[in-house]
Structures are given as C-alpha cells and as structure tokens.
Design a protein around this ligand. Sequence first.
Ligand SMILES: [Zn+2]
Length: 483
Amino acid sequence: MLNCSSPLKMTSRLLWVAFKLAALTLSVTLSLQPEQQKVLLVSFDGFRWDYLYRVPTPHFHYVMKSGVHVKQVTNIFITKTYPNHYTLVTGLFAENHGIVANDMFDPILNKSFSLEDMNIYDSEFWEDAIPIWITNQRAGRASGAAMWPGSDVKIHESFPTHYMLYNESVSFEDRVAKIIEWFTAKEPIHLGLLYWEDPDDMGHRLGPDSPLMGPVISDIDNKLGYLIQRLKEAKLWDTLNLIITSDHGMTQCSEEKVIELDQYLDKDHYILIDQSPVAAILPKEGKFDEVYEALAHAHPNLTVYKKEEIPERWHYKYNNRIQPIIAVADEGWSILQNKSADFMLGNHGYDNALAEMHPIFLAHGPAFRKNFTKAAMNSTDLYPLLCHLLGIPALPHNGSLSSVQDLLSSPATRPAPHTPRLHGGVRPGEHEQEEPYAYFIGVSLGSILVVVFLIVFVKHLIPSQIPTLPDMQAEIAQPLLQA
Ligand SMILES: [Zn+2]
C-alpha cells in the first residue's frame, strides 16, 4: 500500500514504479525473437584464407554474396588447432585460456596433455576458461557440439547439452545430421558447433602448394553445399545465423628447411614438450643456461626466447604451461629432433602475423549484412559476437564486439561499466552487450509510462488542494499496486 506523506514523495514513488515497469518492458523486449538468436558455428580445420580463390568454390561464394566475408582472420599464437579452437569459444589468448599448445606439460599439476595420443580429457587443463556452450546453458539454453575440439571433455562439471564423442571416422554427413536433429528437436539447441578435420589433414600431407590441394578444397566446398541444403530442407537457413571459420592456415615446408635439435643440444639436458614450428623446451635441473646458450645462436632461421623475453604481441607468456625456453622457426622451416622424426610437407603454428597462418571467416543469417566484405578481424572478436547473437552475457575476454559490429545488419554495442583484468588487456566496455533497438524500445515505452503517470498525478493533485487528498491517493494507489 502506498503511504505518501507529501506530493513530492508520492511523485518519486510513481516515477520509481514507472521505471520498474520500463525495466520489465525492456526485459520482455530483449527476450523476443528467439528463433533469430540461433547460431551454428562451423570450423573446417586448417582452411587458409586464400584457399577460396584456388579453385571454384561456388558454395563459399554463395554464402559470401548472401552474407558477410572477412578476408583474413588474425588468429592467436601459437597457430595450432587446440589453442585456436579454444580461443574461438572463449575469446581469450592462449596464456589466458590455458590451452597453450597441442602438447603441453603443467609443472604445477605435474601432468601432460597430448593431442597426438588424444590424452586431452583431463578437465584441469581446460578450466582456466569457461567455453561458450557452458555460458549458453547457464542462461537456460541448450547447446550441441559435433566433434568440436574439447566439447567432449567435462569442463567445470559440464558437457554440452548434446555432444558426440570424438571419433574422426564419423562422416561429415553424420555430424550434420546430428546438428539438424538438435536444432529441430522439441527443445531445440540455440548454439551448434560443427567441426571437420580437413583441409588440415591433407594440407599437412600434401603441402598447401600442391596442385592436389585443389580437389581437397573442392570437396570442402561440396560439404558446405551439403550443409546449406540440409539447413534449407529443415527450414533453418533463413532463421539461423551460420558462421564458417577455421583455426589456422597452412604453409609449405621443405626437407631442405629442417633444424635438427640433436645437432645443437645434448638430449639428456632437456625435455622436448612441443615440437615444430615452436619447440617448447624444458631444461633439466641446472641445465637452463647450457641449453639456452647452445640454442640461442644455433641456426639463422630459429629464434630462441627465454619465457620472460617472449614478445608481448603474442600474448604468450603468463601461464605455467609455457615452458622456460621456446624456439620459433621461420615460416616454412621445421624443427625436428633429428632426421628420423616425422616430417610434414605442410605445417602451421608459426607467427600469427604471417598471412599464411590466417583462416577464413564467412557468415550468413538474419543478424548479418548481405554481400559485405571486410579486410580483417581478430579471432578473439568472434566470442563477443557469438554472445551478442545468442543474447547471453560475455565473460571477460580479449576480443572486441565493436571491431566486428559492422558485420551486423543492426549495430550492437552498449558499453558496460567494468571488466576484470586479464593478461593481454581485456578490452574495456566489452563485457556485456544488449540489443540496442530493444533497449531503445524499452526506454521509450518506459518514458511514455512516466509521462502518463505524471499527467494522471498532476490532474488529481490540483483538486487535492481541497481536503480530500488521502482519498485521491488511495484511488491512484489501487491500479498501481495491481500493475
Ligand atoms: Zn587445426
């Protein structure tokens, strides 16, 4: 019951109620159009940005024409699969999300992680960050992941709502079938993640310069065509926001460009945690100086860093899993223990400033502009974009929604007051975003309500100069309480 002792106090109460109503209107407005908040994120592993122009890729070009295309994505160092896929779903640099390589050793946990042996299921390696499928589920929505790296690992006690255990022999068509099933279920997912191993696999084997890569790229284009066809059949094509990207590119290697560690280092003095093209070296106790000195000027195409000297631009320093010494090969050079180790004609992992390390980015859907091309973006910017599309709050990250909002059919950002500190500088004002049009409508409706209440109040206040004021207040109070 409103109990106003003065007209001024009552006015402020009315304003307060009006603003509460405005806030309610805003929250209702924000939850509109759930169909258009659906997102499917697809990664074709190792799809270098310029593969699009190597052979005809009509399906990729169809998406570009009816959606947006970012020519090159600057990914994160090191330009390897697991670090970059975790960045796509967290917006964090490797030093912040903790998946610093495909092969790692954590001296605090005293545990190893290795993609090679699929020894990747230890939750503790993943829990420096919270991937977007968990945040989506915490917001009350369902997520579905078809073989996305890390999506079958229990992270912070959670799995995606639906997921597939990783098995590279499951066909692309079967993965797509699961995605469609989840998006069209009675309780549909809002976030889908789809992963495919090529053109990375063939890029390693053939080398990206091989003419045999043409058919490999054509095959990926056909797979995209298949996905589009299935989305259209399921009536998802016009409502879903589809994003097609990748983790890294690929560069041509050569057996003439090999750096053999055994030529410079005593094998008993160190442990090689990760290999080419960024050798992660853990010297044995008391051997740091010896190992460093032996390697520092060993080869003109090898740059050796003590951990604390790693360039800031790589955002690759502040994590226990980054080893005391890293040795980085120049583009196209391979680091091997010796010539008996496996050599690959194509590789990635090099400096993320190199164009050949950069992957593709295309998107299509109700949230995106049509036939719009942009020169470049950072892969860390995808995470706040995904959060915006899903209408969920973004956790602290290293990206920037405002850097990619020109891809959207209606602009997005609204600054948030505070972002906690992370290494590499989380962009301020990028923590949370709301729909600007929804915000505008909510505020407008709220303002109209305020004006209406003021008119009602003033109209009744004038007769209230005569002694019936308490009755008048009761009349006004009644409908407000019901509201
Ligand atoms: Zn990869």
